[in-house]
Design a protein around this ligand. Structure first.
Ligand SMILES: [Zn+2]
Length: 374
Protein backbone atom coordinates (compact mmCIF):
# COMPACT_ATOMS: atom_id res chain seq x y z
CA UNK A 1 0.00 0.00 0.00
CA UNK A 2 1.55 3.31 -1.08
CA UNK A 3 0.96 6.11 1.38
CA UNK A 4 1.81 9.78 1.68
CA UNK A 5 2.10 11.93 4.79
CA UNK A 6 2.13 15.72 4.89
CA UNK A 7 4.90 16.90 7.23
CA UNK A 8 3.33 19.83 9.08
CA UNK A 9 6.47 21.20 10.70
CA UNK A 10 6.82 24.15 8.29
CA UNK A 11 3.44 25.38 9.61
CA UNK A 12 4.63 25.70 13.20
CA UNK A 13 5.75 29.30 12.64
CA UNK A 14 2.10 30.41 12.56
CA UNK A 15 0.12 31.06 15.73
CA UNK A 16 -3.53 31.89 16.43
CA UNK A 17 -2.41 33.54 19.68
CA UNK A 18 -1.93 32.39 23.26
CA UNK A 19 -5.60 32.55 24.25
CA UNK A 20 -7.05 30.85 21.16
CA UNK A 21 -8.06 27.18 21.58
CA UNK A 22 -6.67 26.24 18.13
CA UNK A 23 -3.11 25.21 18.91
CA UNK A 24 -0.95 24.76 15.82
CA UNK A 25 1.77 23.12 17.91
CA UNK A 26 -0.48 20.04 18.17
CA UNK A 27 0.60 19.32 14.56
CA UNK A 28 4.25 19.24 15.57
CA UNK A 29 3.51 16.96 18.52
CA UNK A 30 1.52 14.67 16.21
CA UNK A 31 4.44 14.40 13.80
CA UNK A 32 6.77 13.77 16.74
CA UNK A 33 4.63 10.94 18.09
CA UNK A 34 4.33 9.39 14.62
CA UNK A 35 8.10 9.57 14.37
CA UNK A 36 8.63 8.24 17.90
CA UNK A 37 6.54 5.19 17.01
CA UNK A 38 8.82 4.59 14.01
CA UNK A 39 6.08 5.28 11.47
CA UNK A 40 8.12 7.53 9.18
CA UNK A 41 9.58 5.52 6.35
CA UNK A 42 12.75 7.28 5.12
CA UNK A 43 12.05 5.84 1.67
CA UNK A 44 8.35 6.72 1.82
CA UNK A 45 6.46 9.77 0.64
CA UNK A 46 6.61 12.61 3.17
CA UNK A 47 5.77 16.01 1.65
CA UNK A 48 6.05 19.54 2.96
CA UNK A 49 2.98 21.66 2.22
CA UNK A 50 2.97 23.86 -0.84
CA UNK A 51 0.85 26.98 -1.17
CA UNK A 52 -2.43 26.57 -3.01
CA UNK A 53 -2.45 28.87 -6.02
CA UNK A 54 -4.98 31.70 -6.32
CA UNK A 55 -6.79 29.94 -9.23
CA UNK A 56 -6.98 26.75 -7.14
CA UNK A 57 -8.41 28.61 -4.15
CA UNK A 58 -10.83 30.54 -6.37
CA UNK A 59 -12.48 27.25 -7.25
CA UNK A 60 -14.35 27.83 -3.96
CA UNK A 61 -13.36 31.20 -2.47
CA UNK A 62 -14.16 34.63 -3.88
CA UNK A 63 -11.36 36.75 -5.28
CA UNK A 64 -12.32 39.59 -2.93
CA UNK A 65 -12.08 37.41 0.15
CA UNK A 66 -8.68 36.02 -0.80
CA UNK A 67 -7.42 39.55 -1.53
CA UNK A 68 -8.64 40.76 1.86
CA UNK A 69 -7.02 37.76 3.59
CA UNK A 70 -3.71 38.38 1.79
CA UNK A 71 -3.64 42.07 2.70
CA UNK A 72 -4.59 41.37 6.32
CA UNK A 73 -1.85 38.78 6.50
CA UNK A 74 0.63 41.51 5.56
CA UNK A 75 -0.78 43.88 8.18
CA UNK A 76 -3.10 45.89 5.90
CA UNK A 77 -6.59 45.86 7.37
CA UNK A 78 -9.17 46.83 4.75
CA UNK A 79 -12.67 48.15 5.62
CA UNK A 80 -14.37 44.93 4.51
CA UNK A 81 -12.28 42.77 6.86
CA UNK A 82 -15.08 42.12 9.34
CA UNK A 83 -17.68 41.36 6.66
CA UNK A 84 -15.32 38.58 5.55
CA UNK A 85 -15.35 37.15 9.08
CA UNK A 86 -11.74 38.15 9.67
CA UNK A 87 -10.26 39.77 12.73
CA UNK A 88 -12.81 38.25 15.11
CA UNK A 89 -11.97 36.26 18.21
CA UNK A 90 -12.68 33.02 16.33
CA UNK A 91 -10.87 33.91 13.12
CA UNK A 92 -7.97 36.12 14.09
CA UNK A 93 -5.68 37.82 11.65
CA UNK A 94 -2.08 36.99 12.47
CA UNK A 95 1.15 37.49 10.53
CA UNK A 96 1.16 34.97 7.69
CA UNK A 97 -2.50 33.95 8.09
CA UNK A 98 -2.85 33.89 4.28
CA UNK A 99 0.18 31.60 3.96
CA UNK A 100 -1.18 29.41 6.78
CA UNK A 101 -4.55 28.96 5.06
CA UNK A 102 -3.11 28.51 1.60
CA UNK A 103 -0.46 26.03 2.82
CA UNK A 104 -3.04 23.87 4.57
CA UNK A 105 -5.12 23.96 1.39
CA UNK A 106 -2.12 23.24 -0.80
CA UNK A 107 -1.29 20.25 1.37
CA UNK A 108 -4.75 18.75 0.93
CA UNK A 109 -4.57 19.36 -2.83
CA UNK A 110 -1.17 17.59 -2.77
CA UNK A 111 -2.90 14.58 -1.19
CA UNK A 112 -5.40 14.60 -4.07
CA UNK A 113 -2.55 14.88 -6.58
CA UNK A 114 -0.75 11.91 -5.02
CA UNK A 115 -3.87 9.78 -5.39
CA UNK A 116 -4.67 10.98 -8.91
CA UNK A 117 -1.13 10.26 -10.12
CA UNK A 118 -1.29 6.76 -8.67
CA UNK A 119 1.74 7.45 -6.48
CA UNK A 120 -0.31 6.86 -3.34
CA UNK A 121 -3.54 5.11 -2.41
CA UNK A 122 -3.81 6.68 1.02
CA UNK A 123 -2.69 10.14 2.11
CA UNK A 124 -2.93 12.13 5.34
CA UNK A 125 -2.84 15.87 5.89
CA UNK A 126 -3.11 16.33 9.66
CA UNK A 127 -3.23 20.12 9.24
CA UNK A 128 -6.29 19.90 6.98
CA UNK A 129 -9.99 19.47 7.61
CA UNK A 130 -10.74 23.18 8.08
CA UNK A 131 -14.35 22.53 7.19
CA UNK A 132 -16.15 25.73 8.23
CA UNK A 133 -14.53 28.19 5.80
CA UNK A 134 -17.10 29.63 3.38
CA UNK A 135 -16.61 31.16 -0.10
CA UNK A 136 -16.44 34.75 1.13
CA UNK A 137 -15.81 34.47 4.83
CA UNK A 138 -13.70 32.79 7.46
CA UNK A 139 -15.61 30.82 10.09
CA UNK A 140 -14.95 28.62 13.10
CA UNK A 141 -11.13 28.94 13.11
CA UNK A 142 -11.09 28.08 9.37
CA UNK A 143 -9.76 30.56 6.80
CA UNK A 144 -9.40 28.44 3.64
CA UNK A 145 -11.46 25.30 3.05
CA UNK A 146 -8.80 22.75 2.14
CA UNK A 147 -11.24 19.82 2.07
CA UNK A 148 -13.42 21.48 -0.57
CA UNK A 149 -10.41 22.32 -2.73
CA UNK A 150 -9.02 18.77 -2.53
CA UNK A 151 -12.41 17.30 -3.43
CA UNK A 152 -12.72 19.71 -6.35
CA UNK A 153 -9.32 18.59 -7.64
CA UNK A 154 -10.62 15.01 -7.51
CA UNK A 155 -13.98 15.72 -9.18
CA UNK A 156 -12.29 17.73 -11.93
CA UNK A 157 -10.42 14.53 -12.73
CA UNK A 158 -13.78 12.73 -12.96
CA UNK A 159 -13.73 11.03 -9.57
CA UNK A 160 -16.78 10.31 -7.44
CA UNK A 161 -15.97 11.38 -3.92
CA UNK A 162 -17.50 10.50 -0.56
CA UNK A 163 -16.68 12.89 2.27
CA UNK A 164 -17.27 11.82 5.87
CA UNK A 165 -16.84 14.32 8.68
CA UNK A 166 -16.62 12.99 12.26
CA UNK A 167 -15.63 16.32 13.83
CA UNK A 168 -17.87 17.32 16.75
CA UNK A 169 -19.09 20.26 14.66
CA UNK A 170 -21.20 20.11 11.50
CA UNK A 171 -19.08 20.18 8.33
CA UNK A 172 -21.03 23.12 6.96
CA UNK A 173 -18.50 24.59 4.51
CA UNK A 174 -17.95 21.31 2.69
CA UNK A 175 -21.67 20.55 2.66
CA UNK A 176 -22.34 24.01 1.20
CA UNK A 177 -19.84 23.47 -1.63
CA UNK A 178 -21.45 20.26 -2.86
CA UNK A 179 -25.05 20.66 -1.71
CA UNK A 180 -26.43 20.53 -5.26
CA UNK A 181 -24.06 17.89 -6.64
CA UNK A 182 -24.71 14.20 -7.06
CA UNK A 183 -21.07 13.22 -7.64
CA UNK A 184 -19.98 14.15 -4.09
CA UNK A 185 -21.64 12.46 -1.12
CA UNK A 186 -21.16 14.46 2.08
CA UNK A 187 -21.85 12.89 5.46
CA UNK A 188 -21.46 14.71 8.75
CA UNK A 189 -22.00 13.19 12.21
CA UNK A 190 -21.81 15.87 14.87
CA UNK A 191 -23.20 17.31 18.06
CA UNK A 192 -26.64 18.74 17.29
CA UNK A 193 -26.52 22.33 16.08
CA UNK A 194 -29.15 23.14 18.66
CA UNK A 195 -26.38 22.99 21.26
CA UNK A 196 -23.15 23.95 19.47
CA UNK A 197 -21.56 25.97 16.67
CA UNK A 198 -22.33 26.37 13.74
CA UNK A 199 -25.99 25.61 14.52
CA UNK A 200 -26.67 23.72 11.28
CA UNK A 201 -26.63 20.09 10.12
CA UNK A 202 -30.18 18.85 10.70
CA UNK A 203 -31.18 15.41 9.39
CA UNK A 204 -33.73 17.04 7.08
CA UNK A 205 -30.94 18.83 5.20
CA UNK A 206 -30.47 16.32 2.41
CA UNK A 207 -29.12 18.39 -0.48
CA UNK A 208 -30.82 20.30 -3.26
CA UNK A 209 -31.59 19.70 -6.93
CA UNK A 210 -29.37 16.95 -8.32
CA UNK A 211 -27.74 16.70 -4.91
CA UNK A 212 -30.84 15.52 -3.04
CA UNK A 213 -29.91 12.39 -1.11
CA UNK A 214 -26.17 12.96 -1.54
CA UNK A 215 -25.94 14.88 1.72
CA UNK A 216 -26.49 13.20 5.07
CA UNK A 217 -26.43 14.74 8.52
CA UNK A 218 -26.52 12.78 11.75
CA UNK A 219 -26.93 15.20 14.65
CA UNK A 220 -26.25 13.63 18.05
CA UNK A 221 -27.46 14.75 21.44
CA UNK A 222 -24.76 15.88 23.90
CA UNK A 223 -23.17 13.02 25.82
CA UNK A 224 -23.52 10.68 22.80
CA UNK A 225 -20.91 7.99 23.57
CA UNK A 226 -19.41 5.17 21.49
CA UNK A 227 -22.58 3.10 21.21
CA UNK A 228 -24.27 5.89 19.27
CA UNK A 229 -21.36 6.18 16.85
CA UNK A 230 -21.22 2.42 16.29
CA UNK A 231 -24.95 2.31 15.62
CA UNK A 232 -24.90 5.29 13.22
CA UNK A 233 -22.00 3.83 11.27
CA UNK A 234 -23.61 0.39 10.94
CA UNK A 235 -27.12 1.60 10.18
CA UNK A 236 -26.52 4.52 7.81
CA UNK A 237 -22.97 5.75 7.23
CA UNK A 238 -21.35 2.53 6.00
CA UNK A 239 -24.39 1.40 3.93
CA UNK A 240 -24.55 4.85 2.31
CA UNK A 241 -20.84 4.73 1.48
CA UNK A 242 -21.09 1.24 0.01
CA UNK A 243 -24.12 2.19 -2.09
CA UNK A 244 -22.45 5.36 -3.37
CA UNK A 245 -19.39 3.44 -4.59
CA UNK A 246 -16.93 6.33 -4.38
CA UNK A 247 -13.64 6.38 -6.26
CA UNK A 248 -12.08 8.24 -3.35
CA UNK A 249 -12.99 8.53 0.32
CA UNK A 250 -12.12 11.81 2.05
CA UNK A 251 -12.49 11.84 5.83
CA UNK A 252 -12.35 14.82 8.16
CA UNK A 253 -11.01 13.40 11.42
CA UNK A 254 -11.64 16.22 13.86
CA UNK A 255 -10.96 14.77 17.28
CA UNK A 256 -13.08 17.17 19.32
CA UNK A 257 -15.70 14.44 19.67
CA UNK A 258 -13.29 12.56 21.93
CA UNK A 259 -14.03 12.44 25.65
CA UNK A 260 -12.39 15.30 27.52
CA UNK A 261 -12.57 17.93 24.77
CA UNK A 262 -13.16 21.42 26.12
CA UNK A 263 -15.56 22.66 23.43
CA UNK A 264 -17.80 19.66 22.67
CA UNK A 265 -19.54 16.90 24.62
CA UNK A 266 -19.78 13.71 22.57
CA UNK A 267 -17.78 11.33 24.79
CA UNK A 268 -16.18 9.24 22.05
CA UNK A 269 -13.33 7.15 23.46
CA UNK A 270 -10.00 6.89 21.67
CA UNK A 271 -10.81 3.19 21.19
CA UNK A 272 -14.04 4.27 19.54
CA UNK A 273 -12.09 6.72 17.36
CA UNK A 274 -9.88 3.82 16.28
CA UNK A 275 -13.00 1.74 15.49
CA UNK A 276 -14.15 4.49 13.10
CA UNK A 277 -10.73 4.60 11.44
CA UNK A 278 -10.79 0.85 10.86
CA UNK A 279 -14.29 1.05 9.40
CA UNK A 280 -13.05 3.65 6.91
CA UNK A 281 -10.02 1.55 6.03
CA UNK A 282 -12.08 -1.60 5.56
CA UNK A 283 -14.10 0.09 2.80
CA UNK A 284 -10.99 -0.53 0.71
CA UNK A 285 -11.24 2.69 -1.29
CA UNK A 286 -8.39 5.15 -1.99
CA UNK A 287 -8.43 7.37 1.06
CA UNK A 288 -7.46 10.92 1.94
CA UNK A 289 -7.54 11.61 5.67
CA UNK A 290 -7.63 15.18 6.95
CA UNK A 291 -7.33 16.52 10.48
CA UNK A 292 -9.83 19.05 11.80
CA UNK A 293 -10.88 20.31 15.21
CA UNK A 294 -9.67 19.02 18.54
CA UNK A 295 -8.91 21.12 21.60
CA UNK A 296 -7.47 18.60 24.03
CA UNK A 297 -3.99 18.39 22.57
CA UNK A 298 -3.14 14.96 24.03
CA UNK A 299 -6.33 13.55 22.45
CA UNK A 300 -5.63 15.17 19.08
CA UNK A 301 -2.09 13.85 18.93
CA UNK A 302 -3.10 10.32 19.88
CA UNK A 303 -6.11 10.23 17.55
CA UNK A 304 -4.12 11.38 14.53
CA UNK A 305 -1.20 9.09 15.28
CA UNK A 306 -3.72 6.24 15.24
CA UNK A 307 -5.03 7.60 11.95
CA UNK A 308 -1.62 7.46 10.29
CA UNK A 309 -1.01 3.96 11.73
CA UNK A 310 -4.36 2.86 10.29
CA UNK A 311 -3.44 4.22 6.85
CA UNK A 312 -0.22 2.21 7.08
CA UNK A 313 -2.02 -0.95 8.32
CA UNK A 314 0.31 -0.80 11.34
CA UNK A 315 -0.64 -1.96 14.83
CA UNK A 316 0.69 0.23 17.57
CA UNK A 317 1.53 -0.81 21.13
CA UNK A 318 -0.35 1.17 23.72
CA UNK A 319 2.70 2.44 25.63
CA UNK A 320 3.75 5.84 24.29
CA UNK A 321 7.50 6.13 23.59
CA UNK A 322 9.16 8.11 26.43
CA UNK A 323 11.00 10.41 24.01
CA UNK A 324 7.66 11.92 22.97
CA UNK A 325 6.66 12.54 26.58
CA UNK A 326 9.74 14.70 27.02
CA UNK A 327 8.92 16.76 23.91
CA UNK A 328 5.25 17.09 24.89
CA UNK A 329 6.04 18.26 28.39
CA UNK A 330 7.45 21.49 26.93
CA UNK A 331 3.85 22.36 26.00
CA UNK A 332 2.39 20.99 29.23
CA UNK A 333 0.92 18.02 27.33
CA UNK A 334 1.06 14.57 28.90
CA UNK A 335 -0.06 11.07 27.91
CA UNK A 336 1.47 7.67 28.54
CA UNK A 337 -1.13 5.41 26.89
CA UNK A 338 -2.17 5.67 23.23
CA UNK A 339 -5.77 4.62 23.79
CA UNK A 340 -6.04 5.75 27.39
CA UNK A 341 -8.52 3.06 28.44
CA UNK A 342 -9.70 -0.41 27.54
CA UNK A 343 -13.35 0.52 27.73
CA UNK A 344 -15.64 2.10 25.23
CA UNK A 345 -18.20 4.62 26.44
CA UNK A 346 -21.86 3.63 26.67
CA UNK A 347 -24.66 5.85 25.39
CA UNK A 348 -27.65 7.02 27.44
CA UNK A 349 -31.08 5.74 26.36
CA UNK A 350 -32.19 9.26 25.50
CA UNK A 351 -29.33 9.56 22.99
CA UNK A 352 -30.09 6.20 21.39
CA UNK A 353 -33.83 6.88 21.11
CA UNK A 354 -33.23 10.21 19.43
CA UNK A 355 -30.65 8.62 17.12
CA UNK A 356 -33.03 5.83 16.04
CA UNK A 357 -35.53 8.43 14.84
CA UNK A 358 -32.78 10.16 12.85
CA UNK A 359 -31.55 6.90 11.31
CA UNK A 360 -35.05 5.85 10.32
CA UNK A 361 -35.60 9.20 8.63
CA UNK A 362 -32.26 9.05 6.80
CA UNK A 363 -32.72 5.51 5.59
CA UNK A 364 -36.04 6.54 4.09
CA UNK A 365 -34.51 9.49 2.27
CA UNK A 366 -30.90 8.75 1.36
CA UNK A 367 -29.85 7.68 -2.11
CA UNK A 368 -29.36 3.97 -2.55
CA UNK A 369 -27.31 2.26 -5.22
CA UNK A 370 -30.55 1.24 -6.93
CA UNK A 371 -32.03 4.71 -7.17
CA UNK A 372 -28.77 6.07 -8.59
CA UNK A 373 -28.96 3.59 -11.46
CA UNK A 374 -32.42 4.80 -12.48
ZN1 LIG B 1 -14.89 20.84 15.55
Amino acid sequence: MNTCLIDPRSLLEYDFGPHHPFKIYRLGLTFNLIEAYGLIDPEGCVLSPRLATEPEAQAFHSKGYLECLRLASDGLWTPNLFSHGLGSGDNPVFPGVYEWGMSVAGASIQCAEELLSGRAERAFNPSGGLHHAMPSHASGFCHVNDGVLAIQALTEAGKRVAYVDIDAHHGDGVEHAFYERSDVLTISIHQTGRTIFPGTGEARDLGMGEGVGACLNIPLLPGAGDDAYARAFEAVILPALRAFQPDVLVTQLGSDAVLGDIVANLRMSLLGFEDRLKAFRDLNVPWIALGGGGYDVANVVRAWTMAWATLLDADLPDAIPPIWMTEASVHGVAASSLRGTNERTTSPDSVMLDLEKTLEYLNAHRHTGESRAM
